[in-house]
Design a protein around this ligand. Structure first.
Ligand SMILES: Nc1nc2c(ncn2[C@@H]2O[C@H](COP(=O)(O)OP(=O)(O)OP(=O)(O)O)[C@@H](O)[C@H]2O)c(=O)[nH]1
Length: 338
């Protein structure tokens, strides 16, 4: 059975999983036009798997922001696998590429993409990231998702620096139907966090999501502010924050990688939310992040709608990358099963 057929089977008995897989397929359509279609061209042009084919494939992967080291690893494994399975025809290479991409992503701990929750009392999620990457939107979407799961949620307007950030978060809170703890613009973010943590505890809130300011201009200031916020939260709830999620804009490519490096240096990032993956043709950045930073991608933004924030799933991701690259035989195999 082909890789795609196995995946499709896995998700087809569950409506939610099927919808989520569909979101990936829709959200990755730009990447498919930019990256997957180039692979399809390559496959059509070469027919035979040889060294020239590998070299061109390497180039396509590099252009999709997959990242140098990941591409090198992938190419080495592909060469090995193609030989082992005696793949001669390029049309069979896609399935091998897909399998390897998932394998590379999943190397190590597979549970990493799940959120960590407190065993008792409020779970605190700290959202960090520079302005404009979609942090506020992500907080709103995440609040909605957690609420749908039956959890009580509260927001903390910790970005007291950027004009309008507090109101913007508050609007999201109202839209989702959760309370936002806030103070006036320019107030101390640590004081907001203190109020919010106390409120979350006294009201038995399950998850408190805290916004923070994302100024990168001054690394020392950023570090001081985040450390102070951390300290205040941890003093009120030992073990908190349970997650520090870094929001990165997928459309900014190499810049996103640099931001991740900087935040990694100033705070302990536990997961990445990769926003606007639907807005880039270079969706390979997911793999580069995993390989280069060794921080799990926990969520991906696949559009502007509330339910477009999806937990990251490497299998659905790879399905989204190649969804329309299935050959005729595979498509027929799948539709005859319906
Ligand atoms: N297409 C798409 N747009 C997104 C996604 N996430 C966020 N956006 C959009 O990106 C824009 C900026 O998001 P905001 O949350 O407002 O971010 P911001 O207020 O500029 O800055 P921060 O909150 O500081 O990050 C908004 O128009 C969002 O709708 C996504 O996954 N896909």
């Amino acid at each position: 059975m082909s890789f795609f057929k196995k995946l499709k089977d896995k998700f087809s008995n569950n409506v939610e999983e099927e919808q989520s897989t569909e979101k990936y397929r829709e959200g990755l359509s730009k990447t498919r036009t930019g990256f997957t279609s180039k692979i399809n061209d390559l496959v059509a042009r070469y027919r035979k798997v040889d060294e020239d084919f590998f070299e061109e494939l390497e180039e396509v992967l590099l252009q999709a922001d997959v990242g140098f080291e990941t591409v090198m690893d992938l190419m080495e494994e592909l060469r090995f696998e193609v030989q082992r399975q005696n793949v001669k025809d390029t049309s069979n290479v896609q399935s091998v590429i897909s399998e390897k991409l998932v394998e590379i992503y999943e190397a190590g701990d597979q549970q990493l993409s799940e959120l960590t929750f407190a065993e008792s009392g409020p779970t605190v999620i700290l959202m960090v990231g520079v302005n404009g990457v979609g942090k506020t939107t992500t907080i709103g979407k995440l609040a909605q998702r957690l609420k749908n799961e039956g959890k009580t949620v509260m927001l903390a307007a910790g970005d007291t620096f950027r004009a309008g950030a507090i109101d913007q978060l508050d609007v999201w809170g109202q839209r989702v139907g959760v309370e936002t703890i806030k103070q006036s613009e320019g107030s101390d973010p640590a004081a907001v966090m203190y109020d919010a943590v106390r409120a979350a505890k006294s009201r038995n809130i399950d998850v408190l999501i805290c916004d923070t300011a994302g100024r990168l201009q001054n690394k020392v200031n950023l570090m001081n502010e985040l450390q102070k916020v951390h300290r205040v939260i941890a003093r009120e709830i030992p073990g908190a924050p349970h997650e520090v999620l870094l929001a990165l804009d997928a459309t900014t490519g190499q810049n996103a990688m640099i931001q991740a490096q900087t935040f990694k240096e100033v705070t302990e990032v536990t997961g990445i939310v990769l926003t606007k993956l639907d807005g880039t043709a270079k969706g390979g950045i997911v793999l580069a992040i995993r390989n280069k930073l060794n921080i799990p991608v926990k969520f991906v933004g696949l559009g502007e709608k509330l339910d477009d924030l999806q937990p990251f799933d490497p299998q659905k991701y790879v399905y989204g990358l190649f969804a329309e690259g299935l050959d005729h035989e595979e498509q027929e195999e799948m539709s005859s099963d319906k």
